[in-house]
Ligand binder design. Structure first.
Ligand SMILES: Nc1ncnc2c1ncn2[C@@H]1O[C@H](COP(=O)(O)OP(=O)(O)O)[C@@H](O)[C@H]1O
Ligand SMILES: [Mg+2]
Length: 193
């Protein structure tokens, strides 16, 4: 089974693209979804996080305090590394487990931080969903309650557009409208099949 790593900067349209592949019948495994599952109340990874970061990292009802965690990770690089060391191996193990039960010519692995975490070797082919930074910021502003400053900081924490494009085997230019995106996905779907 061909493993296609779908990646791109925040707001470039990864989730939208992944949904379009799924509509065409392709299996999609989403690293973000898995990492959310891993830190649900009572999950082993959450227990490990609270052991290492202290119980203050949890909300009153035992869930991960995401705002607190985000703040910590942004202000202290060592904490970011520590959190990633807990989560990333578990995410990849879970992706591998899910892939074993698939029967399809290819799988879309939606991995936002594929390049940032140097996991290129985990996939056979890299598909980058690309759009200009201004457009990224505009789209994330519409979708979330983040300030422009926060969005810019997130963009700056990710690999540059140029680095991403140079790592790509396939590129989808998602600066156009939704119809264009769907057409492009259909073509790639046929290529991957
Ligand atoms: N071609 C497009 N034109 C306009 N808006 C788009 C387009 N593609 C995606 N969007 C919107 O931009 C936002 C970010 O897209 P999303 O797929 O969530 O990005 P990502 O998963 O890469 O962060 C969403 O609100 C989505 O509906
Ligand atoms: Mg997304």
């Amino acid at each position: 089974m061909l493993k296609v790593g779908l990646t791109g900067g925040i707001g470039c349209g990864k989730s939208t693209a992944a949904d379009l592949f799924a509509e065409l019948g392709a299996p999609v495994i989403d690293a973000d979804l898995i990492s959310h599952e891993l830190v649900k109340p009572g999950a082993p990874a959450l227990l490990e996080i609270s052991r290492q970061f202290g119980p203050d990292i949890l909300t009153a009802d035992g869930a991960l305090d995401r705002d607190k965690m985000r703040e910590l990770v942004f202000s202290r690089p060592a904490c970011k590394k520590q959190l990633e060391a807990i989560l990333h191996p578990l995410v990849y193990t879970e992706m591998q487990r899910l892939m074993k039960i698939l029967d399809y010519p290819y799988v879309i692995l939606c991995i936002p931080l594929l390049l940032e975490t140097n996991m290129q070797h985990f996939v056979d082919r890299i598909l980058v969903i690309d759009c200009p930074v201004d457009e990224q910021i505009k789209r994330v502003k519409l979708r979330s309650r983040h300030s422009e400053e926060t969005i810019k900081a997130i963009v700056a924490s990710q690999v540059s557009r140029e680095q991403r494009l140079s790592a790509a085997d396939d590129i989808i230019d998602n600066s156009g409208d939704a119809t264009k995106l769907a057409e492009h996905i259909k073509k790639l779907h046929n290529l991957y099949l």
